[in-house]
Design a protein. Sequence first.
Lengths: 655, 272
Amino acid sequence: MTATATASADLISMPELLARNVLKFGAKAAYREKEFGIWQSWTWSEAAEQIEALALGLLKLGAAKGDHIAIAGRNRPYLYWTMLAAQSIGAVPVPIYQDSVGEELAYVLDHCNARFLVAGDQEQVDKVLDIKDDLKSLQQIIYLDARGMRKYDHSKLSQFHKLQDAGRAAKSELGDELAERKVNLTYDDTCVILYTSGTTGRPKGVVLSNRNVIETSKSSSQFDDLVSDEEVVAYLPMAWVGDYIFSVGQALWTGFCVNCPESPETMMTDLREIGPTYYFAPPRVFENQLTDVMIRMEDAGHFKKWMFHKSMALAKKVGPKLLNGNPVSTVDRVKYWLGDKFIYGPLKNTLGLSKVRIGYTAGEAIGPELFDFYRSLGINLKQLYGQTEATVYITMQPDGEVLADTVGVPAPGVEVRVGDNGEIYYRSPGVFVEYFNNPESTASTKDKDGWVATGDAGFFEENNGHLRIIDRAKDVGKIKDGRMFAPKYVENKLKFFPNILEAVVFGNDREFCTAFINIDLNAVGNWAERNNIAYGGYQELSQHPKVLEMIKSHVEETNLSVAEDSMLSGCQVQRFLVLHKELDADDGELTRTRKVRRRIVEEKFSDLIEGLYDGSERVATTTEVTYEDGRKGSISATLEMRDAATVATQRIAAE
Amino acid sequence: MFDQPESFLTADGRTIGGVMMEMKNITLRFGGVVAIQDISFDIREGEIRAIIGPNGAGKSSMLNVISGFYNPQEGEVWYKGELRPSMKPFEVARQGIARTFQNIALFEGMSVLDNVMTGRLNHMKAGILGQALWYGSAQREETKNREVVERVIDFLEIQDIRKTPVSRLPYGLKKRVELARALAADPKLLLLDEPMAGMNVEEKEDMSRFILDVNDEFGTTIALIEHDMSVVMDISDRVVVMDYGKKIGDGTPKDVRSNQAVIDAYLGVAHD
């Protein structure tokens, strides 16, 4: 640890970190990718050679210092190398969400004036070729997987490996230039530009400097004692700051190995094969995993079911206490040990989480029940709170101080304060440089002393100093009777039910709260099959009387739990409907990181909200949908509105 | 190291070459029923050739003649410039002709991987003893065959069901596995019997893309039978149209579409 800490003074760029790793860990695996059914791997030395070849190839293409090189594709070592190759020549990598539709991609490419695009496959290339004429600055597209592009005009296309070969051939000619570019990098040069998906408005390009990334990677690695033997699985979008810090920043800082799955569909199998020791997943992934487990348990025999539920009840009681080091009776310890042998261990193995030493979740508040489920299995799952503008970290939970409803203490080097209106502000070495080409937004987010407004409302718990997030500051409101309205709190409780994929709660300035529910097609479809309920598709299933009945029971259960919190008891859902379509990022209803865009949902389905409040029994509606290839269509449906029982509580005003 | 996918791709670009297979005056009878009546056409190197026609037109019989499953009573089959004598299907397969079936013919109890591996049978030379003991050339051969199979699996994007028993797969995926098995044989000529039958629009689009990609990347000549006119017209280079065992049209999709006999056959006119 001390060796790396002292060395840090001179390590001021990503290429320098890479060179350090080649010296220190040269023969150790740095990247793995499953391809053709086998884990292919590259050591730090091999990776460095690949990166150098690509960097020379880019020089050969005429890439200049400060050029922006966009990257679009799924997590693959080649694309991580592209980021490092770009940085080696003084250019700036700009990773883009691979599932962006053409228009979004065009916006980012145009906004950052990208000169080069490195694309994973034909799908990404096609999106750009459609809009190529509008992009004045784009000169060359480099693609990885050649398939399907044999007939394309190759004047503006080059194949990744061929470009590397060209780079290798030009080493004698361009080697000095490359070395010079690397030497000229400074601590305050731009390291990467990450476009935030943004729950409102156009995406903004967050400029992070080498200082931001390296300081943050260093302090967060030390916080959790990350070592070079960690294994991580890189499966989250490369354009997301979390992936950049985990799979590039921390990986380079500590020298651990980054594993890329074979395809998004094989992710779970690949996760099991690798058995990561350091794992990050947004709540949604944990939710899906839990849903899968629950579905399979429903199909299991009576004895297995009984064992499972019995053990999980014990785990719920004992597991989190054991992890936090709280006192537990000897009898319970023995029972838990047995449970671990028969249930928890095999279950963790199935989930691919057996070896997880440190697990994090963030991006959205996680339902306490969901969080405790994983903790109770003995998985050291913790929460952190952060954003792109902070280079991820604002607060994080130290080992042994993990609570479901708070997000921990300020991360090392981060100052946090809560404003008068409840909004959270922070200042840290990770605070972003600026929004690219957007001084107004920069000025409105970051003040002259370097304090950044998060847009989230929260407070520090008095007894332990942990930060608790209530909701987005602008989403927190009041119900007509004056009680506090915090939709996310209720939505998270609803989403813990495996049958509910997404929920949107309304109630600001209204008499009472209502909700839109999205069913989880996997879970509800499986349930329908077991109960002999016939249905013709998502829409029909969503409006089936028995499904509505089931969702109603979930809503009422949620109301019971919401009523327990005296401050938020007004948020009980009195009426709800089940939406006829899944909320989708392609339709703009979710961000690319799958957060609900509340305003857009409100606008788009205003007729349905009206129906919920005017007492209608059912409302007919037509909704426009966008298909993955950008075509538009529409679906019509008649939606049932249902009432749900609420619990009367003493009225305590939010003040 | 397998990190260079191109090495597997043989053809450069799409060039439609000379005649690969020629059917000359084929007539096929089952007792008194004439399934195919005096039909001649050719299949050129590197093209996608479709055979279409209404139900009972004799399309599948034609494909079975090409694959050597049926021996026509009259007419000649020329393959790569040589007159093909009557052959058993496995001998035809050894000549580099692979096929898929209208009613999926996979080994239901076996995994996708094992099913696709069976496509490599003709490329396995090791003896029974070596195979049983997993020794020497048998081992090397299997490794090599597995590599080919894995490339096909990668190509058809079925990595996630590699180990799944075929019986658990939905229909559309089974069709894709069948295509994978045929491709694993590394065929020169690929025969597809109604590759899109019973599929929904999305599955049809996927399958069309795979067929085009196979043709494009491996340079495989493809002859396919299909019901769905729109798909055929989109992906094939030339089309043979059959009706009641006779050839009523032959040419590019555009020619065929404007051919009066074809329009009549599809829309229906009184047959005397």
